[in-house]
Design a protein around this ligand. Sequence first.
Ligand code: MOS
Length: 744
Amino acid sequence: MSEKYVGRPVDRLDGAIKTVGEARYAGDHRYPDLAHAALVHATIPRGRITAVEDAAARTVPGVIDVLTHENAPAMKPPPKVTLLNLSTLAIGTSVNHLATDEVHWNGQPIAVVVAESQEAARHAASLVRVTYEEKPAVVDFAAEEPNAVPQKSNALQSARADKGDAEKALADAEVSVDLRFTTPQHSHNALEPHTTTAVWDGDRLTVHEGTQSMAWTRRHLAQRFGVPERNIRMLSPFVGGGFGGKGQVWAGTLLAVLAARATGRPVRLALTRAGVYHAVGGRTPSTQRVALGADRDGRLTALIHTSVARTGRVGGHLEQITAASRHLYDSPNIHLRQSLVQLDLIANTSMRAPGESIGTFALESAVDELAWELGMDPIELRMRNEPERDPIEGRRFTHRMLREVYAVGAERFGWSERDPRPGSMRDGKWLVGMGVATAYHPSLQMPASVTVRLDADGGVVVRCALHEIGVGAATAQAQIAADELGVPLESVRVEIGDSDLPEGPMAGGSAQTASAASAVLEACRKLRRSALDLARRSAGSPLRGATDPRARDGGLYQDGRGETYAEILARAGRDHLEARAGVGMLRFLARTVREQRRWMKAASGAQFCEVRVDQDTGEVRVSRWVGVFDIGRVINEKTVASQLRGGIVMGIGLALTEETLVDRRTGRVVNASLADYHVPVHADVPRIDVHCLDDPDPTMPLGLVGVGEVGITGVGAAVANAVRHATGRRVQDLPITLDKLLPH
Ligand code: MOS
């Protein structure tokens, strides 16, 4: 493959239209008779609806209907979640909305108002009065956490591991730390609140929605509404941020489709910002214990990491909180457990590096604390425990460059200028601190199908139902196809975001780009072979006798002789050539299981953070950041850096500001707005220096490893460790708000 475009900071192909506002999101589609919907949310955590008073709502001018469990057409109940049917993983909650009078969480959607305008729908929704018979609810994570139940591992997730006797080794250790950490619930706050525009035409359905999984959502809608999958078309060319919050099907999607069917009108349902907090899951809160034992030289003898998280009683799943602890440190004794409690709250869901983002906060804070105990540089401590093989299963790493990322990071950051004594570095009233932490996220692939077509005019069309969640999905595949076929980038068009296209991977698990790349490469190779076969069969072709031509300059060339694809097609009288590639689910699963037994593969990085802490108020400002990452081959320097930077920004929120506050009596989220739930804004984010090693992973397509999630991992700990250095105080409870740093 010629490498003209792969690796370059190519501008995003959709950059211009997004910048000028021409990119059309799910809420930008107009239909002449479009109606608007708004949700009514339950105000109790658990119980039964005894009456719905909708008379006032119905008098609002423009109101078309008020749908409740008393009058809404029934959806089929959600199927059971099974690992054999991966699309069931898209089920956000087992509640069959509007088919039951039962309330399972405070904020559960219990009615939908449909009106001629969004304003009328929302106003009318505010007038619907509901009375309930309340039942006792369990909503307080901190109170319930002691009752958590340890989980078993399954094919997708490892909930436990044991090697040696970690508790005994801890007790016998020369030096040890044993720390408890807490992290709060987090809510999704993508720029675009979840929005669905649903249009029925007989028993055919078109859904405009920014989703991370068109295929799974379509399958789910087909099951719930009793129509064949082929009758449903999902259109999702742009997703205004996903982060896991648009990876499952939530009430808004289902109720927009239901309302459209009930009213016979196209319906748009755009969740309010508060609606996202109430109707879409977020990150679990956690309590964690990390205990480390070591000898005086800093060699680990015991590593214990246990966690408690929560799901909802009506949905949610394990988040892999202890996952990074399986792979980061060589210790003869390791004990990992993940436990869960079920609460009467909305189900949890994936949120950027679910598990790893908060798990690395605890693990990497504890490692830093151990370095203090040992009086050792925290990077040196990590290097002394860098494993040769995956510490628990003994698998080989496909690629392990933590030594390199720390070396490069230390240089770029100026780590050697750090005076290790706590509180020793100052800038006026600011206490300056520097901290490091390791980033780690496993590498995944999912099944993907693509077609690639060569047209008579030399144009190339790549088709795959990819999701553009802001990563430059089409751009990366265009770069790959252009290089593999040896054509100019301008001649490649990538069609994405439409479920009528060949089925793509979901945009999750940092897996979309690698998954599609594997199929795109295969299809391009097939195309080159077909083009060569065509040329060799024709008498006049300069490629007669060619066996191994190179793809370049829009065609195939060997020993200075060759011709363009356009010439090959013209001579053969063909108007196009097309190739399809991709693996089916069974072959895919078989390959994945085989690979997982053999290899451990992951993206990793070193996060370097400098903070300034106001010595009087405890205010923490992040003042510098360097992140050095090993993500295998870099496909696009610009979009990759943006992804990693975005992850770090989200991690700064996790470290310092983000916290969903759940009322302990009522289970109501009390800060369901961006005024009260604080995400980092520009003033909170310094210049972030991102650097990638660009060393291909030998087992991945083109050597690329996913980049979406690794950026947030380690960030919470890097900030906490810098605060520890600045102040001498170890904050174990996120977020690190100023009250936790006030003088005692
Ligand atoms: Mo993700 S948290 O796999 O979108």
